[in-house]
Design a protein around this ligand. Structure first.
Ligand SMILES: *[C@@H]1O[C@H](CO)[C@@H](O)[C@H](O)[C@H]1NC(C)=O
Length: 453
């Protein structure tokens, strides 16, 4: 007999949540004059107004949903309480040229974003932020319960919470919160135990995603390793699918492929991992082996954010001097966009020397601009970007100053027909592979629509 009391209580709570959710949904749909049967798809993106690559993915996905599924209302959970719906839409337009339909878009503003800010947790940041995201998604659900949910910012711990309320959930992952290679760098036993425990929880949370997309091959490898970490006990685990974010290459595609100069271009922030020194050494090696390239120029374009960056640039200038190639090297700091395009128009080849770069959007830009890419044989440039197209090369890979120099020489020695054909191939491939249409096709193929059934 007493068993009925807790049972009845649970039933009441469930009924309360259910009716409240119905009411809230109806109010929102009414305010937008949408039919009460409209399905709602929510995106969890607490920093939706940040204007970065992750936000571009969000808006392309929302725009695509709006275009192809007029029967759906997109809802975005955001913590940008200083912004308004109008200002967010304006920014999507000005920053990304993405037009969103305000009549089928609803924002839910969250006041507790501080729960996921890393500055909130000086210690145990991983656990802190993850638990914080649970709090934040509870706030989100208390304002609005959608029919389906997609996390587009990497808050995996929100997935089990959402599923607990019976809402189907998916995720688009840009970067794993933690992964086995990160753990292998941890030395202290206590910290190691913490990381292992955390990764176990992270994997269990991520497994609650019914649809799982990742932004690159690198991310897929790491996410797959995380998912395989705890034993699955025979449960099927959804496989992550690579859906590349689209790159905006419209301006670059327009540049003519012909009349290129002997310019070697580099576009990368002056950060140590970009390894600009390798580029200067490659130029030196090239001139040693082939003095005939006395007119060649290496142009280094890059953002220089602070004194450390400036010191690094000074060091690079010194290196050029020491190697006696200073006359052939030009630094262009914080170059405005139109001027960067002008260099992309003139350059023959483009360098990317970073080891294990996760992606390398600058390489996509080289290719779209018709600049032949010569990239480090690792990471995204090797696996995702500079790959054969129609059975032929779209650029070169190298690992040392000498092999970079050889690749530059090889590119400079192409016959006019081969030269033109390679530029065209690189452009066609990059523009198509990282286009919005390709992103949309991948998004579609992920099966997200089954979340709404
Ligand atoms: C994937 O996301 C990470 C983290 O934001 C970023 O560093 C990387 O460049 C992204 N990859 C692609 C293909 O955009």
């Amino acid at each position: 007999m007493f068993g009925f009391i807790p049972f009845g209580l649970v039933l009441m709570v469930v009924a309360f949540i259910y009716f409240r959710a119905q009411n809230q949904r109806r109010r929102v749909l009414d305010s937008l004059s949408l039919p009460p049967t409209t399905k709602t798809l929510a995106f969890f993106h607490p920093y939706c107004n940040a204007g970065g690559g992750g936000e571009r993915v969000l808006w392309v996905a929302v725009a695509y949903t709006q275009r192809t599924r007029p029967d759906i209302l997109c809802v975005v959970y955001t913590g940008d309480i200083g912004a308004t719906k109008e200002s967010i839409l304006e920014k999507a337009q000005s920053r990304f040229s993405i037009t969103l339909d305000p009549s089928r878009l609803h924002f839910v503003f969250l006041t507790k974003r501080i729960l996921v800010e890393d500055s909130t947790y000086p210690h145990l940041t991983l656990i802190g932020q993850s638990m914080g995201s649970v709090g934040l998604v509870l706030e989100a659900l208390s304002y609005f319960m959608p029919h389906a949910y997609i996390d587009t910012m990497g808050y995996a711990f929100t997935l089990p919470v959402v599923r607990l309320f019976g809402i189907p959930a998916g995720a688009y992952v840009h970067y794993p919160t933690v992964s086995p290679p990160m753990i292998s760098r941890v030395a202290r036993p206590i910290k190691l135990a913490y990381y292992h425990a955390f990764m176990m929880l992270y994997a269990l949370a991520l497994r609650r995603a019914q649809v799982l997309m990742v932004n690159s091959t690198w991310t897929r490898k790491h996410v797959a390793a995380v998912l395989a970490y705890p034993p699955t006990l025979g449960w099927g685990v959804v496989r992550p699918r690579v859906v590349y974010p689209s790159c905006d290459t419209r301006e670059m595609e327009k540049l003519p492929l012909e009349s290129r100069e002997q310019i070697i271009l580099s576009i990368a922030q002056f950060r140590p991992e970009k390894d600009h020194a390798m580029q200067i050494r490659a130029l030196h090696a090239l001139l040693q082996a082939h003095p005939e390239y006395s007119k060649v120029e290496l142009i280094l374009i890059g953002g220089c954010r602070n004194e450390q960056d400036q010191a690094r640039v000074d060091g690079l200038r010194q290196l050029a001097q020491d190697l006696g190639v200073q006359d052939r090297v030009t630094f262009r700091l914080n170059e405005p966009y139109p001027s960067m395009l002008a260099y992309l128009r003139r350059a023959s080849v483009g360098l990317n020397t970073m080891l294990d770069e996760h992606f390398g959007i600058n390489v996509v830009e080289f290719m779209a601009a018709g600049v032949i890419p010569i990239v480090h044989a690792s990471g995204g440039p090797l696996e995702d970007i500079v790959v054969p197209f129609e059975g032929k090369n779209t650029g070169y890979h190298a690992k040392t100053p000498e092999t970079f120099a050889e690749a530059i020489h090889a590119a400079f020695s192409l016959s006019p027909q081969e030269d033109r054909a390679m530029r065209q191939r690189a452009r066609t491939w990059a523009v198509q592979q990282f286009s919005e249409a390709e992103f949309e096709a991948g998004w579609e193929a992920s099966g997200w629509e089954k979340l709404l059934q």
